[in-house]
Write a protein that binds this ligand. Sequence first.
Ligand code: K1U
Ligand code: ZN
Length: 178
Amino acid sequence: MSLLTILRYPDPRLHKIAKPVTVFDERLKKLVADMADTMYDAPGVGLAATQVDVHEQIIVIDTSDTHDQLLVLINPVILWSSPERQLYEEGCLSVPGIYDGVERAAQVRVKAKDALGKSFEFEADGLLAVCVQHEMDHLLGKVFVEYLSPLKRNRIKSRMQKEERELKREREAQPAFR
Ligand code: K1U
Ligand code: ZN
């Protein structure tokens, strides 16, 4: 098991656009397993490859209470979005400690491939629908704070930059973590 480093907002690499996966090999399986370990360890309910600085269309999600229903989405496409919207208090592992309301489609129908390259489709609502849309935004280089007002977004950016400076100072003061 390898835990991957999660990029923190406002890292510019979070705005890169992910490319489709074309090769379904052992490297992909290992990356998916490491992403799942990283998501469960964080802990979170989803993770997009963009967040671990891999710019390929790969998502892992597990919204179950039992943390044993891993969903792997490779090259996901939203086939249909409901006109009904839902407002959900979202969080993001790349913006730790920040939660705010975002309005998205209440239901989506999604087509994707699994880690073996097999296509499948499913319909989602509730947290799963929110999570799928949030993670697919990551693959397009979009972070949920971009749905918030410029005032809120700038405050979050400043807070994250301050935290980053503090973390850097702590790392430099502890040679073992260099
Ligand atoms: O993309 C990410 O950074 C993961 C994100 C997914 C998400 C959660 C909620 C709404 C929209 C998208 C997270 O997992 S944030 C952490 C979180 O929600 C959580 C943490 C521990 C237990 C349960 C949830
Ligand atoms: Zn996120």
